[in-house]
Design a protein around this ligand. Sequence first.
Ligand code: DHB
Length: 508
Amino acid sequence: MNRREFALGLLAGMAASSASNTQASKAQTVSTTEDGLRPDLTRYSTQELKVGGQTIRVRAYEGLPTVAKPVEPDYQALNLYIPEAYFQGGRIAGFTARTAPIFLPNGVGGYMPAKPGSLVNRMPGPPGEAPAPSASAMALARGFVVAAPGARGRTLQASDGRWTGKAPAAIVDLKAAVRWLRHNADRLPGNVERIVANGTSAGGALSALLGASGNLPDYEADLRALGAAPGRDDVFAVSAFCPITNLAHADEAYEWQFEGLREYRNIAISMLDFRAQRTEMIGQLSDAQLTLSGEMREAFAAYVNGLGLKTPDGGPLTLEPNGQGRLREHIAALLQASAQQAVDGGRDLSDSAWLRVQGGRVQSVDFSAYARTVGRMKAQPAFDGFSLETGENQLFGDARVDKRHFTAYSLRHSTVSGAARADAGTVKSMDAMQQLLDARAKVSPHWRIRHGSLDRDTSLAVPTLLAAAARQRGAAVDLALPWARPHSGDYELDSLFAWAEAAVRQPA
Ligand code: DHB
């Protein structure tokens, strides 16, 4: 029996006998005083949750500090939910205390601060119906341990006026949580070599970033300053819904997709969080903006060609300066597959003029017509605003400056006198795409990326290039553009967990 099995045996024994419980908690109190990152695990509450017809009892450890010297304690913390069965020597779906995978959802939206997650689904249900079980509740029902960390975000400010959640704070906090799990692995159920990160939008970008940047030294100084546990921070699998990533090139990707479209239907900046109510604002790009849009499209083609990425069947993912080419055809094929699945499921797509459907088969996709139909949501540029007006500008501030540029292009066109630009290292540390291209990173071997066919928050090229880059690093990547889904996440949970279960049963 190795040390870890012994400790888990002890935990199971604790639950069975109150006498040994007292003994064990004494031993743990001693270790708590020695190491604040190994808290007293005899303190928990019991929660019961109903998922489908099943009632699951879990031990809830909430608000566990993930770093020894937090600057924002409410956010640099973890909620941990563990099925009671694992303390009793039990099994769920074939998993045991030793083998149970760990589902690690982050609740970040809009690069805003996020507190550690609970088991409650915060998305409203259909009118008159209760909300569906949350992804975390589903995970527990399927035998996962749930570790839901908080993360700092772009609007946090200390009482002395310093900004505390600017890039790369959020990913540093998530990495600290992963290290905390490994630091406590010997005395908690759950297999720290089978962590499945999950998130949506900005949170999807962060789950992808966890999978892209394992153990990179870029974050070490920040982690050390916060008193994070030493050790590895790589994760086994990534689930990313509509990741708002590749911020260094997302503006170009947006112009490439929506080339020539003048009208945009935007949302108020304060509403960037995907969970919040959205207020639509309709605007028109000026002639000058349309000219710049053409420049950006050409820059995007040059960027894509420089990446040297491939399609799943080995074809080159390239673009011509006019925006045509293999990447475009690849994305059109992904949309075609999505439409075919909808048709196979009985949907009538005859009102989608950008598709040609004949005899129940989707024959072709007109990508330009698709882009016109879904329409552009953001002005130009979409992410690094010339007047520092976007959420991303605020993400890339620093301790003293609220908002900065993060691309050379927008700095050049800035309308804000004295505007600064975040340094390249900070932009890289926030970008899953750039980290995937860093050969030193330990990359997750399993990725699942979902980006709805109606999502206009970023170009479809962003998840597509991310998938190709992960594949190039040897990962198994499952990418799809689910039919008629807008910018959203945590849907099709049966499919999500079927993928996660198949992944975690593979060797690393
Ligand atoms: C989110 C949405 C955006 O359009 C964006 O630019 C950043 C984040 C979000 O929903 O998290």
